[in-house]
Ligand binder design. Structure first.
Ligand code: ATP
Length: 305
């Protein structure tokens, strides 16, 4: 058994996000194309003699008790497997919080994977993903990573061909958006248009970045953009600076832009920073572990612009 383990917990963006319908139980049925990006939080898990789950983080406003998904993920496995002693987690966050990048879900996923390894619990990826779903709809995807189609409430996952390599500019305006607020205010039955998810799948199969970018769309923009005009301003600035496409990720407010070159993406980031419409700004590349041959293993941490 290992006493200590270091993990990376990657963020995601939604290349496509469509809501198919609102179910009677209030959940929304979605069709999303998910993409892991090279911006990650760092977690260090350490076994302790004294029982309990302790969390230390660089963000003082985050809960460190059961309100933190890291705590819930650790509690879930420690209870089920009657793990003795305790666990200490150092959480160094870089993924913007409440931003549409699934930071919390990704941290939970990392803890499940890490404890499985640390205590040799012998759970398969599928078994970890089943447990992850109890913590949140995006957690199974965060265990799987890469490019994937997510259906149902986000838990039905099918791997897709990796997104063609490119440079992605991430910019989060200084507002926090609650996912609940966005879905609660979505008029799923009155949406005027839907993104072409199937077209995007074909574009990924063809390996075309242009076609992939052309099919990006997110129906949640109909709620979040009118509520936070900074989002539209960031999208416009990215397009003016030469992005192939710019879109809000998840329920927002993070906006991403697709660029061919790193310098182009960085320049757009500098423009946005100067204007003061976003503070957390990073350039990243798509992360696909199955795509290592392409020279893109996501090993480079997203660069702060
Ligand atoms: P999603 O894309 O799944 O909607 P998000 O990016 O909108 O996720 P998170 O960053 O995961 O949102 O966090 C949302 C809320 O969850 C925050 O308000 C935060 O207080 C709480 N939270 C609990 N645990 C964590 C964690 N480990 N990291 C970040 N936020 C956490």
């Amino acid at each position: 058994m290992r006493d200590e383990i270091n993990l990376r917990s990657y963020g995601k963006i939604n290349l496509c996000l469509d809501v198919v319908r609102r179910r009677e139980d209030g959940y929304h049925e979605v069709r999303m194309v998910m993409q892991t990006v090279g911006l990650y939080d760092k977690l260090k898990l350490r076994r302790t003699r004294e029982p309990g789950i302790r969390i230390r983080t660089n963000l003082p406003f985050l809960p460190t008790g059961p309100g933190n998904l890291v705590h819930r993920a650790a509690g879930l496995l420690m209870e089920e497997f009657h793990i003795e002693g305790g666990i200490h987690v150092d959480l160094y966050k870089k993924i913007p919080v409440a931003a549409g990048m699934a930071g919390g879900s990704s941290n939970a996923a990392a803890v499940l994977v890490g404890l499985n390894r640390m205590f040799r619990l012998g759970l398969s990826k599928k078994e970890l993903m089943d447990r992850g779903l109890k913590l949140g709809a995006d957690v199974p995807y965060c265990i799987m990573r890469g490019t994937a189609l997510a259906e149902g409430i986000g838990e039905k996952l099918s791997p897709l061909p990796p997104m063609p390599d490119c440079h992605i500019l991430l910019a989060k305006p200084p507002v926090s958006v609650s996912t609940k607020f966005v879905y609660g205010n979505l008029r799923a039955d009155a949406l005027e248009s839907h993104p072409d998810v199937d077209g995007m799948i074909r574009a990924l199969e063809a390996g075309s970045l242009e076609e992939t970018a052309a099919r990006m769309g997110n129906v949640l923009e109909t709620v979040t953009v009118p509520a936070y005009p900074q989002i539209q301003a960031i999208k416009d600035r990215m397009m003016e600076a030469g992005a192939m496409m710019s879109l809000m990720s998840g329920s927002g407010p993070t906006v991403f832009g697709i660029f061919r070159g790193q310098e182009e993406a960085a320049r757009a980031g500098r423009l946005i920073r100067r204007e003061g419409i976003a503070r957390q700004i990073y350039t990243v590349r798509p992360y696909n572990s199955r795509n290592k041959a392409g020279g893109n293993d996501g090993a480079i941490q997203g660069k702060r612009e």
